[in-house]
Design a protein around this ligand. Structure first.
Ligand code: UFG
Length: 329
């Protein structure tokens, strides 16, 4: 199988490239390297530096003939999207539609979209695919627009697609080949690890008055290598799906952890407590976001291998200790 991975130099995309290569796929990465890292692309994988919205680049590339496109490339900060809504709608939704159109022009049969839990407003029970869509930000909206575009590309032109709605991607390759390196880093686990390692000042706990047992937000942290494996399963699922199928699945472990529980796990793994201070709520954070991945598990046989929070944190910690400067260091 020949597969184009957009955003394959980024966090989740690079882990998916490893999973695809392990299955013997011929992988090409398209990444503009604004957030991705060339060093995250394994030797032997062709890396093309460019944008998903560049039709002049996509036409000759997709003209080589690809069986599938895995589309990770995106701006992905919920908070930033509230400040720059049109940037997010343009960079993710409009440019993503240029990519989908190019896939239709070049008879790409299967398309897998990185979607998000930010489609949902949150809720006390694990969210399944029947949960109401209510994007919490222009970021979430941009992914929803792409899900809708894929539905229409299926209905009118037969493209088969899967949207995988990740909850909180976390952790690092258990073999230490890849990790999480964002600039700026905004995610809880890498920030907490750096605070424990003394590389950052204390961690701010955003909100301690949520309606949860300890007052802090609850999230479903799913290991990035489990997400990578989910993409392989999604491709297999599409192979058996009828022409034009546009599927969507929620992906998480089904277990939520509060911010305080994450800090405790980081403390256990790092062997020192995370210095932390209570801070006001961060705008736009739902109290609880936990996935029910029951449908995906039933239809593909997928199950998280690294679902335990301490395991997730331990893999992230090992990578950050080994790579103090990230990919650049
Ligand atoms: N948090 C803190 N302090 C910090 C950073 C985060 O208390 O310094 C809290 C947040 O308020 C939140 C939790 O830790 O309650 C997790 O925050 P992250 O920033 O790590 O992750 P988010 O849940 O905000 O967002 C992630 C992805 C988004 C995706 C979303 C879907 O980054 O791209 O999950 O739920 F849309």
């Amino acid at each position: 199988m020949k597969i184009l991975v957009t955003g394959g130099a980024g966090y989740v995309g690079s882990h998916a490239v490893l999973a695809l290569r392990a299955r013997g796929a011929d992988v090409v990465v398209l990444d503009n390297l604004r957030q991705g890292h060339a060093a995250a692309v394994p030797a032997g994988v062709r890396l093309i530096e460019g944008d998903i919205g560049d039709a002049a680049l996509l036409d000759p590339l997709l003209g080589e003939g690809f069986d599938a496109v895995l589309h990770f490339a995106a701006l992905s900060l919920v908070g930033e999207s509230m400040q720059k809504p049109m940037l997010y709608l343009r960079a993710n939704a409009a440019a993503g539609m240029v990519l989908i159109e190019a896939c239709l022009r070049h008879q790409v049969g299967r398309f897998v979209l990185s979607s998000t839990a930010n489609l949902f407003a949150g809720g006390d029970a694990p969210l399944d695919e029947a949960a109401a869509i209510d994007p919490g930000s222009p970021y979430g909206e941009s992914k929803w627009m792409l899900e809708r575009a894929l539905t229409w590309a299926g209905r009118t032109r037969g493209l088969k697609s899967v949207a995988l709605r990740y909850f909180n991607a976390a952790g690092a390759d258990p073999d230490g080949r890849l990790g999480e390196d964002h600039d700026p880093e905004t995610h809880l686990i890498p920030l907490a690890i750096d605070a424990a390692l003394g590389r950052r000042p204390e961690l701010a706990i955003f909100g301690t008055d949520y309606p949860t047992p300890d007052g802090t937000c609850i999230r479903d942290y799913v290991h990035v290598s489990d997400l990578a494996e989910a993409h392989v399963r999604a491709l297999e699922r599409l192979a058996a799906a009828p022409e034009g199928a546009a599927l969507a699945y929620n992906l998480g472990t089904g277990h939520g952890h509060s911010v305080r529980a994450v800090l405790a796990a980081v403390g256990r793994v790092a062997g020192r407590a995370v210095p932390a201070q209570e801070a006001p709520r961060r705008a736009g954070d739902p109290a609880i976001l936990v996935a029910s991945a029951a449908r995906f598990m039933a239809e593909t046989g997928w199950a998280p291998r690294f679902g335990d929070l301490d395991t997730i944190v331990a893999t992230a910690h090992a990578w950050r200790v080994a790579h103090p400067g990230g990919y650049g260091g």
